[in-house]
Design a protein. Structure first.
Length: 386
């Protein structure tokens, strides 16, 4: 009598998986298209021009991908490919396995590998140092060092420029400073001797404060050392690495003190490639000077004579490639500084170059995000083993 029992389990050989290279490749391409397309679209929307600073480094990209593919092949031959599923299963009915519906997790089983490949590509692109190329901004890339040398001799108390020559000069110089944006500026004063008040700096607040504090009792104003004033300003520019160097020399008199000959100082300025703009302040050799106030509190003026030497200032400007101005009133003084400002703007625009901003951190961050997503998916939804 033949006994009937449950049928013996059937050993079903499941065909080996086809190489995952195809699904991984197109998934990686899709991820890269989304990431790079988004970044490039944003760059074009912003109007950026892009370039690679080190395009030769992009050669590392195919080498890295080749090493990755070869390592995967070697692991597979050794049977140690991370995450590989079993290729043979023992089930009661092989047809049931073949008929099982494919879930979303099954369809995306190669996504972690694709994310890893995409991250490798992004790192390879980052090695090429992509950069944003900005058009030159003349106001921010001037590269000019300016030292203003201001006369504080006694003649600057003359009132032909109201309220005095010095006060008018301070107001105009303050406006000049305010119109500069990224030039280093310094301040030198001179009378019988010359002194540096502020070395070239970008701290315009300090510079404005020191200009406002200028007065005739700061130094000995019994002489006018134009040569010393120019020489001290040049000394502040001697080691400057700026593309353009300028001295603005403002005085109302003739050189009658100091140890440096003004014309020799001009020759030194030429050797240092420093342009000197000279401004002669005042209406003439004779000018009103306040002597006090009357009983009603009104100012009392007397005429005083102050020698001037416009030819000297003209020679200094010509020798150094600068320009000479004569300001007989406040408007003329302001116009002199505006002309200097306009000239500096033109020089600045001609010399300015493009600026570059590194964009590789964006690619590195995107690569790290993809790797983090790969780890997250491999550990949760897309785990290949229980």
């Amino acid at each position: 009598m033949k006994l009937r029992g449950r049928p013996a389990p059937t050993r079903v050989a499941i065909p080996r998986h086809r190489s995952p290279a195809g699904p991984v490749a197109w998934m990686a391409a899709l991820v890269l298209a989304l990431v790079l397309g988004g970044l490039y679209g944003y760059a074009r929307f912003q109007g950026w021009d892009l370039q690679f600073k080190a395009p030769w480094a992009l050669l590392s990209l195919p080498v890295t991908l080749l090493v990755y593919v070869l390592s995967r092949l070697l692991w597979k031959r050794a049977g140690a490919v991370p995450g590989e599923a079993l290729t043979r299963l023992k089930v009661s009915q092989g047809a049931a396995l073949r008929a099982a519906p494919r879930t979303l997790s099954a369809r995306l089983i190669h996504l972690p590998g694709a994310l890893r490949v995409a991250a490798i590509v992004l790192v390879g692109l980052a090695l090429g140092r992509p950069q944003r190329v900005d058009a030159p901004d003349a106001l921010e890339l001037s590269g000019i060092d300016i030292v203003m040398s201001i006369d504080l001799s006694g003649s600057m108390r003359a009132a032909d420029l109201q309220p005095t020559r010095l006060e008018a000069a301070k107001e105009v110089v303050g406006d000049f400073i305010q119109r500069r944006r990224s030039d280093r500026m310094g301040l030198v004063v001179f009378g019988r001797e010359a002194f540096t008040v502020v070395p070239p700096t970008l701290d315009y607040t300090v510079l404005q404060r020191m200009v406002s504090a200028l007065s005739l009792d700061l130094i000995d104003g019994s002489g006018t050392a134009i040569g010393d004033g120019l020489g001290t300003a040049l000394n502040r520019l001697r080691h400057s690495d700026a593309r353009s160097k300028v001295v603005v020399l403002l005085t109302d008199g003739a050189n009658n003190a100091g140890h440096v000959d003004p014309r020799e100082a001009a020759q030194l300025a030429t050797a240092l490639r420093v342009k000197v703009y000279t401004i002669l302040v005042g209406t003439a050799e004779e000018a009103p000077v306040q002597q006090g106030v009357d009983l009603a509190g009104r100012p009392v003026y007397a005429t005083a004579r102050f020698p001037v030497d416009p030819q000297l200032l003209q020679d200094i400007a010509t020798t150094t490639g600068g320009q000479f101005f004569r300001a007989v009133d406040r408007a003329g003084l302001a116009q002199s500084f505006h002309t200097i400002l306009d000239h500096l703007e033109r020089s600045k625009i001609a010399d300015a170059g493009a600026r570059y901003a590194e964009l590789y951190p964006w690619l590195v961050v995107a690569a790290l995000a993809l790797l983090a997503l790969e780890v997250l998916l491999s550990s949760t939804r897309l785990r290949r083993f229980p």
